[in-house]
Design a protein around this ligand. Structure first.
Ligand code: NAD
Length: 323
């Protein structure tokens, strides 16, 4: 036994596969040489080739950027989006059917397969049908990104019951229904990754976005509960919480007008400039790609033993908050 061990160490040094320092460390720490070299030979796999990623709200904005980032790493993509142009009681336009088709073309240009499915996260049946279709055509359901969301802006007492409900129905119930549709498939596979898009406003109060902020707190609560529920099924559930991102969600007359009520011509860049001085790095907003790159951390093997975590992608603005 001892002889074999000595032989293998000598061989490895000869092959240059392991440095003297590592050998010394492994001896002192009592770890096997074979273990050290095995670890060295298995770098993190950032590739998603052959995997299927299902993204709600994938027709534009952050969802589309996530889809593109995953497609670049080889994943086949399912874009699930309401694509209706309008949602009653939401003050700005959501994606339309043309957006969904052009998103599909962008993904296909990256040489992966893409399904574009029209559906509403408020309807569990829509999600179940779409996920079944994904498995039937693409073979598996490996990554689900619960990204679809809407917002209201204004003081708490302003909102009608319908305006409150539409945000809670999409941002909270929609996420619950996304989990309900995905979990049985992932449990059967004994593997899966669910990634939830909350918000920096899901980590603090906000007098201008009170309904939205509370819905995004709820997303974190659901995600952590899912992490506890499905860990033994090898399903990992993590959250990404972005700060302000340049998408049509924020860059529209309704939201900008409420954020800069005294400016006759509010723009997204003015809002970004307004926020920038308060942040520790010289950044006032993110681009959708910045969020997509952070989401990739939870999609790959880099975080294979991480679940129930929240990753703030908010240019340091949350460094001032409590832990
Ligand atoms: N833009 C920001 O500043 C910002 C910041 C933090 C978090 N977020 C969150 O990121 C996510 C994506 O936002 P975005 O900025 O890309 O917004 P967006 O409006 O550009 O995209 C949202 C997408 O979701 C779709 N959608 C809306 N309701 C749906 C429903 N009921 N069913 C299916 N699809 C639906 C829309 O059609 C749209 O394509 C949201 O959850 C949002 O809350 C955005």
């Amino acid at each position: 036994m001892l002889k074999n061990n000595k032989t293998s160490r000598r061989d490895m040094i000869k092959k240059g596969a392991i440095g003297a320092a590592a050998l010394a460390a492994s001896t002192v720490l009592g770890t096997g040489v074979a273990q050290v070299s095995k670890r060295d030979q298995n770098p993190v796999n950032y590739q998603l080739s052959g995997k299927t990623a299902f993204i709600t709200g994938g027709a534009r904005g952050i969802g589309l950027a996530i889809a593109e980032e995953m497609a670049k790493s080889g994943a086949n993509i399912v874009l699930f989006d309401i694509a209706s142009g309008k949602i009653p009681h939401v003050g700005y336009a959501v994606a339309n059917a043309r957006d969904l088709q052009s998103a599909k073309a962008k993904i296909e240009a990256l040489k992966v397969k893409c399904l574009a499915i029209k559906g509403d996260v408020r309807r569990r049946g829509d999600l179940e049908n779409a996920m079944k279709q994904a498995v039937a055509s693409l073979g598996s359901l490996d990554i689900v990104v619960a990204n679809a969301g809407v917002t209201q802006v204004g003081a708490i007492e302003e909102f009608s019951p319908e305006e409150i409900s539409v945000v809670y129905d999409i941002n909270i119930e929609g996420v619950v229904k996304t989990i309900q549709a995905a979990a049985p498939i992932m449990k059967q596979q004994k593997s899966g990754k669910m990634i939830f898009i909350s918000s920096a406003l899901g980590r603090m109060g906000n007098e201008l976005f009170p309904i939205y902020a509370s819905s995004k707190w709820a997303v974190i609560g659901i995600a952590k509960s899912a992490a506890l529920s499905y860990g033994r099924d090898n399903i990992l559930c993590n959250v990404v919480s972005p700060g302000l991102v340049r998408t049509k969600f924020a860059d529209n007359a309704y939201v900008l007008g409420k954020m800069m009520p005294n400016d006759p011509a509010p723009t997204f860049d003015k809002v970004s400039e307004m926020l920038r001085p308060g942040n520790p790095i010289d950044v006032g907003h993110l681009e959708p790609e910045d969020v997509a790159k952070a989401v990739m951390i939870f999609a790959t093997d880099a975080t294979s033993k991480v679940t129930g975590e929240v990753f703030d992608v908010s240019y340091g603005s949350l460094a001032r908050s409590i832990a």
